[in-house]
Design a protein around this ligand. Structure first.
Ligand code: 13P
Length: 254
Protein backbone atom coordinates (compact mmCIF):
# COMPACT_ATOMS: atom_id res chain seq x y z
CA UNK A 1 0.00 0.00 0.00
CA UNK A 2 1.17 3.53 -0.80
CA UNK A 3 2.56 5.52 2.10
CA UNK A 4 0.34 8.26 3.58
CA UNK A 5 1.19 11.70 2.22
CA UNK A 6 2.05 14.63 4.45
CA UNK A 7 2.70 18.07 2.98
CA UNK A 8 3.97 20.99 5.08
CA UNK A 9 2.96 24.33 3.60
CA UNK A 10 5.19 26.80 5.42
CA UNK A 11 3.63 29.76 3.53
CA UNK A 12 5.72 32.86 4.37
CA UNK A 13 7.27 31.37 7.53
CA UNK A 14 9.59 31.03 9.42
CA UNK A 15 10.56 34.69 9.26
CA UNK A 16 14.30 34.12 8.74
CA UNK A 17 16.68 31.49 7.44
CA UNK A 18 18.16 30.98 10.91
CA UNK A 19 14.69 30.28 12.35
CA UNK A 20 14.08 27.87 9.49
CA UNK A 21 17.37 26.20 10.42
CA UNK A 22 16.16 25.65 13.98
CA UNK A 23 12.90 24.10 12.74
CA UNK A 24 14.75 21.86 10.28
CA UNK A 25 17.07 20.62 13.02
CA UNK A 26 14.07 19.78 15.19
CA UNK A 27 12.33 17.98 12.31
CA UNK A 28 15.41 15.93 11.51
CA UNK A 29 15.23 14.52 15.05
CA UNK A 30 12.17 12.54 13.84
CA UNK A 31 13.67 11.48 10.50
CA UNK A 32 12.87 7.80 11.08
CA UNK A 33 9.20 8.57 11.64
CA UNK A 34 9.01 10.74 8.54
CA UNK A 35 10.62 8.02 6.41
CA UNK A 36 7.43 6.01 6.92
CA UNK A 37 5.48 8.68 5.03
CA UNK A 38 5.75 10.51 1.75
CA UNK A 39 6.70 13.82 3.32
CA UNK A 40 6.97 17.04 1.33
CA UNK A 41 8.04 20.43 2.65
CA UNK A 42 7.02 23.57 0.76
CA UNK A 43 9.17 26.38 2.22
CA UNK A 44 9.55 29.97 1.02
CA UNK A 45 11.69 29.70 -2.15
CA UNK A 46 14.95 31.14 -0.74
CA UNK A 47 15.01 28.34 1.86
CA UNK A 48 14.85 25.54 -0.73
CA UNK A 49 18.52 24.67 -0.59
CA UNK A 50 18.67 24.63 3.21
CA UNK A 51 15.62 22.41 3.38
CA UNK A 52 17.08 20.09 0.78
CA UNK A 53 20.43 19.81 2.59
CA UNK A 54 18.88 19.12 5.99
CA UNK A 55 15.97 16.86 5.09
CA UNK A 56 17.30 14.98 2.07
CA UNK A 57 16.97 11.61 3.80
CA UNK A 58 13.36 12.00 4.95
CA UNK A 59 11.51 14.68 2.97
CA UNK A 60 11.07 15.92 -0.58
CA UNK A 61 11.03 19.53 -1.70
CA UNK A 62 7.74 21.11 -2.74
CA UNK A 63 6.58 24.45 -4.15
CA UNK A 64 3.80 26.63 -2.83
CA UNK A 65 3.14 27.91 -6.34
CA UNK A 66 4.99 28.61 -9.57
CA UNK A 67 4.34 30.91 -12.51
CA UNK A 68 2.51 29.55 -15.53
CA UNK A 69 5.04 30.42 -18.21
CA UNK A 70 4.95 30.18 -21.93
CA UNK A 71 7.97 29.75 -24.15
CA UNK A 72 10.36 32.67 -24.41
CA UNK A 73 12.27 34.78 -21.93
CA UNK A 74 10.66 36.00 -18.72
CA UNK A 75 12.52 38.41 -16.46
CA UNK A 76 11.90 37.65 -12.82
CA UNK A 77 10.33 34.25 -13.41
CA UNK A 78 11.49 30.97 -11.87
CA UNK A 79 10.06 28.21 -14.03
CA UNK A 80 9.15 24.64 -13.02
CA UNK A 81 12.07 23.22 -14.98
CA UNK A 82 14.56 25.35 -13.01
CA UNK A 83 12.88 24.36 -9.76
CA UNK A 84 12.88 20.72 -10.73
CA UNK A 85 16.65 20.91 -11.17
CA UNK A 86 16.83 21.80 -7.45
CA UNK A 87 15.07 18.55 -6.62
CA UNK A 88 11.50 19.81 -6.35
CA UNK A 89 9.08 16.89 -6.56
CA UNK A 90 5.65 18.41 -5.87
CA UNK A 91 3.87 21.70 -6.48
CA UNK A 92 0.88 23.00 -4.57
CA UNK A 93 -1.34 24.55 -7.25
CA UNK A 94 -4.40 26.74 -6.80
CA UNK A 95 -4.11 27.30 -3.05
CA UNK A 96 -7.00 29.49 -1.90
CA UNK A 97 -4.55 32.15 -0.75
CA UNK A 98 -3.26 32.33 -4.37
CA UNK A 99 -6.82 32.25 -5.73
CA UNK A 100 -7.64 35.20 -3.43
CA UNK A 101 -4.86 37.12 -5.22
CA UNK A 102 -6.30 36.44 -8.66
CA UNK A 103 -5.39 32.85 -9.51
CA UNK A 104 -8.19 31.48 -11.69
CA UNK A 105 -9.33 27.96 -12.48
CA UNK A 106 -7.95 28.55 -15.93
CA UNK A 107 -4.45 29.42 -14.71
CA UNK A 108 -4.60 26.48 -12.30
CA UNK A 109 -5.34 24.16 -15.23
CA UNK A 110 -2.40 25.61 -17.18
CA UNK A 111 -0.06 25.12 -14.22
CA UNK A 112 -1.19 21.53 -13.75
CA UNK A 113 -0.29 20.80 -17.36
CA UNK A 114 3.08 22.58 -16.99
CA UNK A 115 3.87 20.60 -13.82
CA UNK A 116 2.92 17.33 -15.52
CA UNK A 117 5.21 18.20 -18.45
CA UNK A 118 8.06 18.82 -16.00
CA UNK A 119 7.37 15.58 -14.15
CA UNK A 120 6.43 17.39 -10.93
CA UNK A 121 3.54 16.00 -8.90
CA UNK A 122 0.59 18.45 -8.95
CA UNK A 123 -1.29 18.90 -5.69
CA UNK A 124 -4.36 20.81 -6.81
CA UNK A 125 -6.22 22.67 -4.05
CA UNK A 126 -9.98 22.93 -4.11
CA UNK A 127 -12.49 23.93 -1.47
CA UNK A 128 -15.64 25.89 -0.91
CA UNK A 129 -15.61 29.37 0.63
CA UNK A 130 -18.45 28.51 2.97
CA UNK A 131 -20.67 25.54 3.69
CA UNK A 132 -24.43 25.74 3.55
CA UNK A 133 -27.19 23.45 4.73
CA UNK A 134 -28.64 23.00 1.24
CA UNK A 135 -25.41 21.58 -0.16
CA UNK A 136 -24.89 24.45 -2.62
CA UNK A 137 -21.19 24.26 -1.85
CA UNK A 138 -21.02 20.88 -3.60
CA UNK A 139 -21.88 22.54 -6.91
CA UNK A 140 -19.12 25.08 -6.33
CA UNK A 141 -16.71 22.23 -5.63
CA UNK A 142 -17.76 20.28 -8.73
CA UNK A 143 -17.22 23.32 -10.94
CA UNK A 144 -13.87 24.14 -9.38
CA UNK A 145 -12.55 20.58 -9.80
CA UNK A 146 -13.74 20.32 -13.41
CA UNK A 147 -12.25 23.66 -14.43
CA UNK A 148 -9.01 23.23 -12.47
CA UNK A 149 -8.38 19.88 -14.15
CA UNK A 150 -9.66 20.98 -17.55
CA UNK A 151 -7.75 19.52 -20.46
CA UNK A 152 -6.62 16.40 -18.60
CA UNK A 153 -7.98 13.15 -19.86
CA UNK A 154 -7.83 9.45 -19.18
CA UNK A 155 -4.52 9.21 -21.01
CA UNK A 156 -2.87 11.92 -18.89
CA UNK A 157 -0.23 10.69 -16.46
CA UNK A 158 -2.60 10.67 -13.51
CA UNK A 159 0.10 9.14 -11.29
CA UNK A 160 1.41 12.72 -11.02
CA UNK A 161 -1.86 14.19 -9.77
CA UNK A 162 -3.28 14.60 -6.28
CA UNK A 163 -6.08 16.75 -4.88
CA UNK A 164 -6.08 18.71 -1.63
CA UNK A 165 -9.53 19.44 -0.28
CA UNK A 166 -9.08 22.65 1.70
CA UNK A 167 -12.38 24.31 2.65
CA UNK A 168 -11.45 27.97 2.77
CA UNK A 169 -13.52 28.61 5.90
CA UNK A 170 -11.36 26.17 7.89
CA UNK A 171 -7.93 27.47 6.86
CA UNK A 172 -5.92 29.12 9.59
CA UNK A 173 -8.52 28.28 12.25
CA UNK A 174 -8.05 26.19 15.37
CA UNK A 175 -9.01 22.51 15.50
CA UNK A 176 -12.32 23.34 17.21
CA UNK A 177 -13.43 25.20 14.07
CA UNK A 178 -12.18 22.59 11.60
CA UNK A 179 -14.42 20.34 9.56
CA UNK A 180 -16.02 17.39 11.36
CA UNK A 181 -14.96 13.89 10.26
CA UNK A 182 -18.56 13.24 9.10
CA UNK A 183 -18.62 16.33 6.88
CA UNK A 184 -15.14 15.52 5.58
CA UNK A 185 -16.24 11.99 4.59
CA UNK A 186 -19.20 13.47 2.74
CA UNK A 187 -17.00 15.89 0.81
CA UNK A 188 -14.47 13.18 -0.04
CA UNK A 189 -17.23 10.93 -1.42
CA UNK A 190 -18.48 13.84 -3.51
CA UNK A 191 -14.99 14.68 -4.84
CA UNK A 192 -14.42 11.01 -5.75
CA UNK A 193 -17.71 10.99 -7.66
CA UNK A 194 -16.66 14.07 -9.66
CA UNK A 195 -13.31 12.41 -10.46
CA UNK A 196 -15.04 9.19 -11.52
CA UNK A 197 -17.30 11.19 -13.85
CA UNK A 198 -14.22 12.86 -15.36
CA UNK A 199 -11.74 10.02 -15.63
CA UNK A 200 -13.58 6.75 -15.00
CA UNK A 201 -13.42 4.67 -11.83
CA UNK A 202 -10.07 2.93 -12.32
CA UNK A 203 -8.14 6.14 -12.88
CA UNK A 204 -10.10 8.21 -10.35
CA UNK A 205 -9.31 5.71 -7.60
CA UNK A 206 -5.60 6.31 -8.15
CA UNK A 207 -5.85 10.06 -7.46
CA UNK A 208 -5.09 10.63 -3.77
CA UNK A 209 -7.22 13.15 -1.89
CA UNK A 210 -5.59 15.02 1.00
CA UNK A 211 -7.26 17.27 3.53
CA UNK A 212 -6.07 20.68 4.72
CA UNK A 213 -7.56 23.29 7.03
CA UNK A 214 -6.87 23.54 10.76
CA UNK A 215 -5.17 20.15 10.99
CA UNK A 216 -3.67 20.05 14.46
CA UNK A 217 -2.48 17.27 16.79
CA UNK A 218 -5.88 17.10 18.50
CA UNK A 219 -7.99 16.56 15.37
CA UNK A 220 -5.56 14.70 13.08
CA UNK A 221 -6.45 11.17 14.16
CA UNK A 222 -10.21 11.70 13.83
CA UNK A 223 -9.86 13.45 10.46
CA UNK A 224 -7.70 10.68 9.01
CA UNK A 225 -9.56 7.64 10.31
CA UNK A 226 -12.19 6.38 7.91
CA UNK A 227 -12.76 9.61 5.99
CA UNK A 228 -11.17 8.35 2.77
CA UNK A 229 -8.27 10.80 2.67
CA UNK A 230 -4.68 9.71 2.00
CA UNK A 231 -2.96 12.39 4.04
CA UNK A 232 -2.80 16.03 5.08
CA UNK A 233 -1.74 19.42 3.77
CA UNK A 234 -0.75 21.27 6.92
CA UNK A 235 -0.26 25.00 7.43
CA UNK A 236 0.41 26.52 10.85
CA UNK A 237 0.93 23.24 12.71
CA UNK A 238 3.79 22.36 10.34
CA UNK A 239 5.83 25.20 11.86
CA UNK A 240 5.88 23.54 15.26
CA UNK A 241 8.08 20.43 15.20
CA UNK A 242 6.27 18.77 18.11
CA UNK A 243 2.80 19.32 16.64
CA UNK A 244 3.93 18.20 13.22
CA UNK A 245 5.42 15.02 14.65
CA UNK A 246 2.12 14.17 16.37
CA UNK A 247 0.22 14.76 13.11
CA UNK A 248 2.69 12.45 11.30
CA UNK A 249 2.15 9.78 13.96
CA UNK A 250 -1.61 9.96 13.43
CA UNK A 251 -1.06 8.98 9.78
CA UNK A 252 0.81 5.77 10.55
CA UNK A 253 -1.17 4.66 13.58
CA UNK A 254 -4.01 3.01 11.67
P1 13P B 1 -3.79 25.73 8.33
O1 13P B 1 -3.31 24.32 8.61
O2 13P B 1 -3.00 26.78 9.00
O3 13P B 1 -5.27 25.84 8.54
O4 13P B 1 -3.54 25.99 6.78
C1 13P B 1 -4.01 25.09 5.87
C2 13P B 1 -3.40 25.43 4.58
O5 13P B 1 -3.69 26.47 4.02
C3 13P B 1 -2.40 24.50 4.04
O6 13P B 1 -2.17 24.74 2.70
Amino acid sequence: MAKPILVANWKNHPGSLSEAGVLLKQLSGSARLYQKLSLFIAPPLPYLESVSLRTGNFAHLALQDFPASSDGTHTGMVTPDILKSFGVKLAIIGHSERRALGETNDSVAQKVKAALRSGILSLVCVGELSRDQDGEHFEFLREQIKLSLAGLNRKTDISKLALAYEPVWAIGKRADDAITPADLSQSVIFIKKVLVDMFGRTIAERIPILYGGAVEPVDATALFGGTGIKGFLVGHASLNAKSFKTIAESLIRK
